[in-house]
Design a protein around this ligand. Structure first.
Ligand code: SF4
Ligand code: SF4
Length: 407
């Protein structure tokens, strides 16, 4: 029998699943039947219960009761969940003021999946092959990023910008995806700061924040990164650190303090909060132009939205951009449809990630927008990949890139 120490801590949550199936699809008086789990929908006809929360909860009950064991086969299913948290937002929500469920909000599904992944790692059934490579690259002293790129490459974008320093009150934690895969967004960020006449500090020897390894369940692999990065951030003297990646945001703001068991010596904010300050204090001026209004929508990344309850600052920034009409997608905020990339799905199961994104892109096209904005490099990449395949006329952009086109 494999050790299941982490799952045992989730005993109450797992056994409070009453098997209603709302995490597969739910029916609510105001909206009728609506879909909940992106993986269940993407799997379509395959329809196994284990693709969504209820089936997995039943498996976990059997594991806790000792009638089933962890296995490699189980890991193959479990890592196809994008950890979007949509099931948590639907579970135990009666939406009827006369029905009070005593179990309400006992289940934090993402925490349950995280416990399961940690135990699968400890039992040797995970990481899966592609995930193992990402963690190996992250811990390689010549790389320190999950992309397997040489360490120096992460800092190359700095050769093309001005207005950055090694110390300052405000530091930028870049993460790995933008400097290694979406360098243009960082150049645009510097352009926006230059236009506002402001500077930020960069972290000299920044390593991966560990988001991907944490989502895979390998907490031990991340601890050296946390300690190293905090020391590097301290060297900048910054009291405030901003990030422009939803995964980094959750990891720095929630996971690092939880793993360390103490508060960080600096505040962590999202880039949209910094942009909003620059606009509100008048330093960032975005001129109104005599051009057609562009229709945009904002896609809520799961790691910002449902994971961190962070919904409004990106919308407030967009509302301040001239010649821009913001339209809400049918499913928005805590009800937003996942892009499909999270939880390690994009790296291990790229076709599944694209299939989930297709549903979101169809929804965006249906809303009549020109550009789908978001604030996460993973969402940008996966949604843009899906657009290229399905609807090449629509654009997907990071909010930073959109602002840069306006100044
Ligand atoms: S919605 Fe919640 S209680 Fe209902 S089956 Fe899913 S996990 Fe269980
Ligand atoms: S976290 Fe998202 S993908 Fe995973 S089971 Fe819940 S709804 Fe489905």
């Amino acid at each position: 029998m494999s050790k299941i120490d982490n799952l045992k801590k989730q005993w109450e949550a797992i056994f409070s699943c009453m098997g209603c199936g709302d995490c597969g699809f739910a029916i609510r008086p105001a909206v009728g039947r609506y879909l909940v789990c992106p993986v269940k929908e993407a799997k379509g006809e395959e329809g196994f219960e284990i693709w969504f929360s209820r089936g997995r909860m039943n498996v976990l009950k059997s594991i806790l009761e000792g009638s089933l064991d962890l296995s490699k086969e189980l890991a193959e299913f479990v890592y196809q969940c994008s950890e979007c948290g949509s099931c948590t937002d639907t579970c135990h929500e009666s939406h009827n003021p006369y029905i009070i469920l005593n179990t309400s909000k006992w289940i934090d599904h993402v925490e349950v999946w995280h416990a399961l992944r940690q135990d699968l790692i400890k039992a040797g059934f995970a990481p899966l092959d592609r995930h193992a490579k990402l963690i190996e690259y992250m811990n390689n002293p010549d790389m320190r990023n999950p992309y397997g790129e040489p360490k120096e490459k992460k800092f190359e974008w700095l050769n093309d910008v001005k207005g950055v320093s090694k110390t300052g009150n405000l530091a930028f934690y870049t993460g790995c995806t933008e400097p290694l895969r979406q360098k243009e967004t960082l150049l645009n960020l510097a352009k926006v700061f230059n236009s506002a006449g402001k500077e930020f500090a960069v972290i000299e020897d920044e390593w991966c924040c560990g988001s991907i390894a944490l989502r895979i369940g390998d907490v031990e692999a991340v601890k050296p990164n946390i300690e190293h990065n905090i020391e590097q951030i301290k060297k900048t003297g910054a009291k405030k650190v901003f990030v422009a990646c939803a995964g980094c945001y959750r990891t720095l703001k929630k996971d690092w303090p939880e793993i360390l068991g103490q508060d960080l010596p600096f505040e962590v904010v999202n880039v949209t909060e910094v942009l909003l300050d620059l606009i509100n204090d008048g330093s960032l001026q975005i001129p109104e132009k005599d051009i057609e209004t562009i229709k945009v929508a904002y896609h809520d990344p799961c790691h910002l939205g449902r994971h961190m309850d962070f919904y409004e600052p990106p919308r407030e920034v967009i509302a301040k951009i001239p010649n821009t009409e913001m339209i809400e997608l049918r499913r928005n905020r805590n009800n937003a449809w996942c892009c499909g990339a999270g939880g390690g799905v994009k790296s291990q199961f790229p076709e599944l990630a694209l299939e989930i994104a297709k549903e979101r892109i169809d929804e965006a096209v249906e809303s009549g927008i020109d550009i789908l904005l978001t604030e996460c490099p993973f969402c940008v990449e996966n949604l843009a990949d899906s657009v290229k395949k399905e609807n090449p006329n629509m654009k997907v952009l990071d909010i930073i890139d959109y602002i840069a086109t306006k100044i």
